[in-house]
Design a protein around this ligand. Structure first.
Ligand code: DGL
Length: 270
């Protein structure tokens, strides 16, 4: 099957990476809307427009299904795109449900972009699943830009995290929900702030599992380590687009390769 995955930028690579682990036999087209990243601070009308363009582009490439590998775009656009298009569309939402259901009675902290945090989709989800009012919300808009420019263990990222986490009490949390696909790149850094037993919960596994179910694919086995030494190994498995233009520059492809390899390291941290 041919699966199209889109995000505002490189956050969606974390979903593609998980798909390599669970659905290694499929063909992928990855679309990063790099002309318009970040989505998380934009007007929802613009986000809908950009998401529609991305989805339309993927549909024209003949994909069997589309994954919106972006919590922000999903919260604004998934319902409308499903009405407008006839192929299966899988969205993402912050993994609040598993975080609430699978943890003890301590609190749950959901980090996401400002748009995701204010849209009704997340508000409704919290109302449905957070019976004991354990969920707190924390916007983390700047992490998207840091990830796009490959700034991870830099002083500015550490300062930003220190400032943001100073507004909560990390020891109160049973789970930290990564409600934006760009946040997966910083898992090792969250560990500096939260106790060892605070679970880091992202929606990637659930999304890939749901994709498999929808397309009747078998997703039980993990294909094992996914690392790339050469760009060719990476492009053999997926065609990459940046806002509709094929990504061919060596520099950008090497950037994606480093990101995939970083995601493989981050995957161990949970
Ligand atoms: N990666 C996206 C998400 O999951 C949004 C990042 C952005 O463009 O603000 O929410």
């Amino acid at each position: 099957m041919r699966i199209g995955i889109f995000d505002s930028g490189i956050g969606g690579l974390s979903v593609l990476h998980e798909a390599y682990h669970r659905l290694p036999e499929q063909d992928y087209i990855f679309y990063a809307d790099t002309d318009h990243v970040p989505y998380g601070k934009r007007d929802p009308k613009e986000i809908l427009e950009y998401s529609r363009e991305s989805a339309k582009f993927l549909m024209e490439q003949g994909v069997d299904a589309i994954v919106i590998a972006c919590n922000t775009a999903t919260s604004v656009a998934v319902r409308i795109l499903r009405q407008e298009m006839s192929l299966p569309i899988i969205g993402m939402e912050p993994a609040v449900k598993p975080a609430v259901e699978n943890t003890d009675q301590r609190r749950v902290l959901v980090m996401a972009t400002p748009v995701t945090l204010t849209e009704s989709k997340l508000q409704n989800l919290i109302q449905r699943v957070d019976e004991n009012h354990r969920v707190d919300l924390l916007p983390m808009p700047e992490l998207v830009g840091f990830a796009e420019t490959e700034r991870f263990e830099t002083p500015e990222v550490l300062d930003y995290l220190t400032k943001q986490f100073a507004t909560v009490h990390p020891e109160d949390y049973a789970a930290l929900v990564l409600g934006c696909t760009h946040f997966n790149y910083f898992k090792n850094l969250y560990r500096n702030f939260f106790p060892a037993d605070t679970a880091l919960v992202d929606g990637n596994q659930g999304t890939v599992r749901y994709l498999a179910k929808l397309l009747s694919l078998d997703a039980e086995e993990d294909a094992g380590e996914v690392r790339f030494k050469m760009v060719e190994e990476m492009t053999e498995r997926t065609v990459y687009y940046a806002s509709g233009r094929p990504v061919t520059e060596k520099e950008t492809l090497e950037h994606f390769l480093r990101l995939h390899n970083r995601l493989e390291e981050m995957r161990e941290i949970c």
